[in-house]
Design a protein around this ligand. Structure first.
Ligand code: PMP
Length: 450
């Protein structure tokens, strides 16, 4: 892509520092300028159409151009464009959305705390966990365990939870209270001759060993995504959660399920928590909560978490935390309408109906010699690539594949050399075939060229 002078690409490169990009490369090549969207498709400023195979950033569940969300936002803007939830004030949309989330929660939850991003929800979770430990007279209980390749965001604390080198390198992270345990990726982490079941048990043993080495009374919480997303779509091995959860229970460690990607249907149930029979004490939600039409996220806490926090705020006189945009009325109204659409159109049912074809087509990519593994569940998956001539530069084959997909009208995302697929939940069987036809022919062309 060459940038024409005064083009939108050139103007963009002149003024924006972008996320997850090499800034020098961006100065040279510019970015793809997306202009509009409809259903599972987006269009660039030159009128070229793409399948949005990532639903934006794993998030646009109901698809692009959903008029009901536009209308509800406009109505709320006219009535009350902004209000907050600080200092004994509140408003209807935040109340209704909180009620709805408590009702939908797959395990008993007591309170909702609204934030604006997944990172903020996880950051707030850590702060409230520390606050609670102090309230309980356990000031030493502050360490948090997450997992290598887990993704929980990019603020100081949530980036620390994230177990990926690019989120730590040169940022002086992670903070010292955060520890990372074994990534449950069987193929890359298994020992010689280790079965999947034995590997799952070893993951739980590694976790317990870490807890014992650190001192069980110093560990406050464990954060995990039911299925890892941005770390490469890692579906846990059979028996993993059944082995891990008793370890947390044994040492009284809070379990925070990061449902930012899995929440609202992605894995074939409303929550990943149901797919894997989890018993979290806290849940973080975002992305499909509003289909990303508005930035909003939520932290759900159970009563065991809430009561000490309430006591502590009473002792101090105030809970000294909150964002200007917490529970924003327009974002809350859009999220509520979005959840209505997910329920009315039975998008969870659609995921279940479409998933067999999606997973079959994904698995079919493994016929290509470049694909060393495919993995997925529901409407999320990844194809891991490898080629000896490009092996010296990790991510080079992924980047090349990403560019080829894009040329052929498919937006995916390469996480290193793993290509992700995470389309809007409204996708049809014909569109699943259209998406994987592009992926397959692109991979075939690349395999031939190498
Ligand atoms: N948790 C998970 C599981 C995520 O996938 C993400 C975003 N990809 C986040 C947290 C962070 O969310 P945000 O980008 O809104 O801060």
């Amino acid at each position: 892509m060459a940038q024409l002078p005064n083009s939108l690409e050139a103007r963009d490169s002149a003024v924006q520092l972008h996320s997850y990009a090499d800034a020098r490369l961006q100065e040279e090549t510019g970015a793809l300028v997306i202009d509009r969207g409809e259903g599972i498709y987006v269009e660039d400023i030159n009128g070229k159409r793409y399948i949005e195979g990532m639903a934006g950033l794993w998030s646009v569940a109901v698809g692009f151009g959903e008029k009901r969300l536009v209308d509800v936002a406009a109505r709320q803007m006219e009535k009350l464009p902004y209000y907050h939830t600080f200092t004994y004030k509140t408003h209807g949309p935040s109340i209704e959305l909180a009620e709805k989330l408590i009702e939908m929660a797959p395990v008993p939850m007591s309170k909702v705390y609204f934030t604006n991003s997944g990172s903020e929800a996880n950051d707030t979770a850590i702060k409230l966990i520390w606050y609670r430990s102090n309230a309980l007279g356990q000031p030493q209980r502050k360490k948090i365990i997450s997992r290598v390749r887990g993704y929980h965001g990019v603020t100081l604390a949530s980036a620390s939870l994230t177990g990926l080198p690019n989120n730590h390198r040169s940022f002086d992270l992670p903070i010292p209270q955060v520890l990372h345990t074994t990534c449950p990726h069987y193929r890359s982490m298994k020992k010689d001759g280790e079965s999947e079941a034995a590997f799952a048990k070893r993951c739980a043993r590694d976790l317990e060993d870490m807890i014992l080495a650190e001192g069980p009374d110093t560990i406050a919480a464990f954060f995990a995504e039911p299925v890892m997303g941005a770390g490469g779509v890692i579906v846990p091995p059979e028996g993993y959660w059944a082995a891990v959860q008793p370890v947390l229970k044994k040492y009284g460690i809070l379990f925070v399920a990061d449902e930012v990607i899995c929440g609202f249907g992605r894995t074939g149930n409303m929550f990943g928590t149901q797919t894997y029979d989890l018993q979290p004490d806290m849940m973080t939600l975002s992305k499909a909560l509003s289909s990303s039409y508005q930035p909003i996220s939520a932290l759900l806490i159970n009563d065991d978490v809430y009561q000490p926090i309430a006591d502590e705020s009473h002792r101090i006189g105030v809970l000294g935390h909150g964002y200007t945009g917490s529970g924003h009325p327009v974002a809350a109204a859009v999220a509520l309408e979005n959840l209505k659409i997910i329920e009315e159109r039975d998008l969870v049912g659609n995921v279940r109906a479409i998933a067999p074809l999606f997973q079959k087509r994904l698995a079919g990519l493994a016929e290509n010699p470049l694909v060393v593994e495919t993995r997925g569940i529901g409407l999320i998956g990844a194809a891991e690539l490898s080629h000896e001539t490009l092996a010296a530069t990790p991510g080079a084959l992924g980047a090349k594949t990403n560019a080829t997909f894009q040329e052929k009208g498919l937006i995916s995302r390469n996480m290193g050399d793993a290509m992700a697929f995470c389309p809007p939940l409204i996708i049809t069987e014909a569109q699943v075939n259209e998406m994987f036809d592009i992926a397959q022919s692109s991979l075939d062309a690349i395999a031939q060229s190498l």
